[in-house]
Design a protein around this ligand. Structure first.
Ligand SMILES: Cc1cc2nc3c(=O)[nH]c(=O)nc-3n(C[C@H](O)[C@H](O)[C@H](O)COP(=O)(O)OP(=O)(O)OC[C@H]3O[C@@H](n4cnc5c(N)ncnc54)[C@H](O)[C@@H]3O)c2cc1C
Length: 434
């Protein structure tokens, strides 16, 4: 399927396949192009025709963005940059054969593979959860569109909202964001007084974020929720969701049940737990029991050294055991640091050298609340840290809007890090590589 595959050595070019064209995969092909030029073949494989800027999905959920605002068509973009693009969905990876079987029956061969497939959304682990059940999601742009249609219907006939993230979730920022921006939108529509709101989270305390908190995220986020009259339940395990009702078990710190809640709602958005995609699951040595790619400090799989993993698809052990399981978030800047290390390491291997570059995995996040927001920087990701900083204010909202515009421009133009970005990151003393 791919011309110039390993069997076709006429050009003696290595074929580097990047599977998944999200935030990680798209940055990956541009970084590879910047490192390798035209000396090797770069192939991007993605199941959908467009890139989507996932951090803007909560805005789509309240109608502040359209799908067109935050997506970029991949085929013409890749064509302009000399990168092969295949729109197809991976069914099964055959790492012993350096080959990916696709759902349409075709195969993609590779010399190097970078897996950037993000998460599979594990709605099926809780009865009634998800867009095919009784709760909405903002994890993909299509889910966010569906969430927006339901939100519009809800605003015509409001009632209680339940919003948050379930047990095993690793991505808490967007749950806080969606709660706060819905709250802002309800105030703008002058119907906030008709909407009791409850934030339900697996985190042991507000602002834990799967990171043990960053700076005073506990205080800042509790303050924001209090200011907006949103009550919360932490250590929450969602048992099941029925039409208009969620059964939640609130646990004590020792894991025993403290209270059972029966929460009625007219609208609910709950982030699910993530797991690795089906195409890689159960491949011994490649993935952990949840299907996340096992990587070493060079982003390389120890058993299959021509396979690298980046982004949400990789395995990162939880920081600590919490009464209700929580995962570690993989945020945008952290992902970009994995991308750069991978590009440099593949270049080194192709030159016959050992890979040496290591991503910093620093967590930097801007959580937008519609009119203000909370930013945090954890360096390194796990405490104790050299930088453990969180702040809030209107500037975060403005910075997030600017970041969206900047990142989408960067994708549309196919550029890697610019002088402007480097300068800001230097100011924050953040570096992608160790
Ligand atoms: C709603 C939401 C908001 C977020 N907001 C922020 C934020 O504000 N700041 C921040 O730093 N982080 C944020 N994150 C976390 C993280 O940055 C994003 O999840 C990011 O999109 C992850 O990038 P990724 O490349 O690992 O995966 P994704 O962006 O999910 O990309 C995976 C790609 O793989 C493709 N794919 C999947 N399966 C297959 C298959 N079988 N075959 C072929 N292709 C496949 C998908 O179509 C997709 O294009 C957010 C996450 C979510 C869910």
């Amino acid at each position: 399927m791919v011309s110039g595959s390993p069997k076709d050595k006429r050009m003696k070019k290595a074929v580097i396949v990047v599977l998944g064209a999200g935030l990680g995969g798209v940055s990956m092909v541009f970084d590879l192009k910047a490192e390798l030029g035209n000396s090797h073949q770069i192939v991007l494989v993605n199941k959908t025709e467009s890139f989507q800027f996932t951090p803007s999905n909560p805005w789509v959920g309240v109608g502040w963005r359209t799908k067109g605002d935050i997506t970029v068509e991949l085929a013409p973009l890749m064509d302009r940059h000399g990168i092969d693009f295949i729109q197809a969905s991976a069914r099964k990876l055959r790492p012993e054969e350096n080959r990916i079987e696709m759902e349409d029956g075709s195969s993609v061969d590779y010399d190097f593979l970078v897996i950037a497939t993000g998460p599979e959304l594990a709605f099926d682990e809780i009865e009634g959860l998800g867009p095919e059940g009784h709760t909405q999601s903002v994890c993909t742009v299509d889910h966010a569109l569906q969430a927006n249609a339901a939100f519009e219907a809800f605003c015509a006939d409001p009632g209680p909202i339940v919003v948050g993230a379930v047990q095993g979730a690793s991505c808490y920022g967007p749950a806080y964001e969606y709660a706060m921006i819905m709250e802002k939108e309800l105030r703008s529509r002058k119907i906030r007084d008709r909407v009791p709101m409850t934030f339900v989270t697996a985190e042991p305390y507000i602002g834990h974020l799967g990171l043990g908190g960053v700076g005073d995220t506990k205080g800042l986020l509790e303050h924001e929720l209090r200011q907006r009259s949103v009550r919360w339940i932490t250590n929450a395990k969602v048992e099941k969701v029925e039409a208009g009702a969620m059964t939640v078990s609130e646990l004590n710190d020792d894991g025993t049940e403290k209270t059972k809640h029966q929460l009625e709602f007219k609208y609910s958005m709950m982030l699910p737990a993530f797991r690795g995609i089906g195409a890689v699951r159960d491949i011994e040595g490649l993935v952990n029991p949840r299907g996340f790619i096992i990587v070493d400090k060079h982003q390389r799989n120890p058993k299959y050294p021509n396979i690298f993993g980046i982004g949400v698809a990789i395995a990162i052990a939880p920081l600590e055991k919490t009464p209700v399981p929580t995962g570690v978030p993989k945020t945008g800047y952290m992902i970009e640091s994995m991308v750069l290390a991978t590009a440099k390491n593949i270049k080194a291997i192709l030159a016959g050298k050992d890979p040496v570059d290591e991503a910093t995995w620093n967590a930097f996040c801007l959580a937008d609340f519609g009119d203000r927001g909370v930013a945090f920087l954890a360096q390194p990701q796990n405490p104790p840290r050299n930088v453990n900083w969180a702040s809030e204010g209107m500037w975060v909202h403005l910075a997030k809007v600017a970041f969206e515009k900047y990142f989408l421009r960067k994708v549309r133009k196919g550029i890697t890090e610019t002088y402007y970005e480097s300068a800001i990151m230097k100011m924050l003393a953040m570096h992608k590589l160790k």
